[in-house]
Ligand binder design. Structure first.
Ligand SMILES: [Zn+2]
Length: 232
């Protein structure tokens, strides 16, 4: 089972956060791990490829969906005979716009962002730029952005500067958890690295591996939706 903060909570291997292939579940979301004997919360990194084949996938996805689409749910749980109630923080992807064979799609109620929840496990967040790309027959590309991670000991500044993304994943022993990544034409950039603290700041722009069903639905939807307008 998982060790450090950067370990996948399912397989225990290092997890480099790459949108479309892995994600972080922050502890404040209180994702209830009802499948664990002590019924604690799931928090930390996970590889989507691990989630897809996981025995607790469906229970995890049920919880995750409630958090993303059901802001402000009240949770009750029992610790040593006492019932505790907490209000679960959540997100506002409350408007379901598609229910399908492979995925469901939700719109955020106050911003032009969308969430694709696949039944296999992976999820994808999209903005207006990604919808515009789909409407024009292009891939929904995550544009990149800053992620931070702590690398394991023993990787020098010179090595980080020299390695491309496949080499880095290989060095971290985690290549197998990113199937199909190269098909998304990833563009990896090191923003900063310092081998005394081992903090890597990096960006990976990549085409998101959306299910075909989501691509088809959103390509049509993107031509017709009304953007949210804020009035003074
Ligand atoms: Zn994993």
């Amino acid at each position: 089972m998982a060790g450090g903060l950067q370990s996948c909570q399912i397989c225990g291997d290092f997890t480099l956060q790459i949108d479309g292939w892995s994600d972080l579940i922050p502890n404040y979301t209180l994702l209830h791990a009802e499948w664990q004997e002590d019924e604690t919360f799931f928090d930390g990194m996970l590889h989507f490829s691990c989630l897809s084949g996981w025995e607790h996938r469906d229970a995890f996805l049920t919880e995750f969906r409630q958090i993303e689409t059901g802001y402000g749910r009240v949770l009750s749980f029992e610790i040593e005979g006492t019932i505790h109630q907490v209000k679960q923080p959540g997100f506002h992807y409350n408007q379901q716009i598609h229910q399908g064979r492979d995925c469901d799609i939700f719109r955020h109620t106050s911003t032009d962002t969308w969430l694709v929840l696949t039944h296999q496990g992976p999820w994808y967040r999209l903005g207006a730029a990604q919808l515009d790309a789909l409407a024009n027959g292009r891939a929904a590309r995550f544009p990149g952005g800053g992620h931070r991670t702590k690398l394991p000991p023993g990787i020098s500044n010179a090595e980080v500067a020299r390695m491309d993304l496949p080499e880095l994943l290989e060095r971290l022993g985690t290549t197998e958890h990113y199937p199909g990544l190269q098909d998304g034409s990833p563009e990896y950039e090191v923003w900063n690295y310092d081998d005394t603290h081992r903090i890597l700041e990096y960006s990976v722009a990549v085409d998101l591996p959306l299910p075909e069903e989501a691509v088809e639905f959103l390509a049509d939807y993107a031509r017709t939706y009304e953007p949210i307008v804020y009035e003074d």
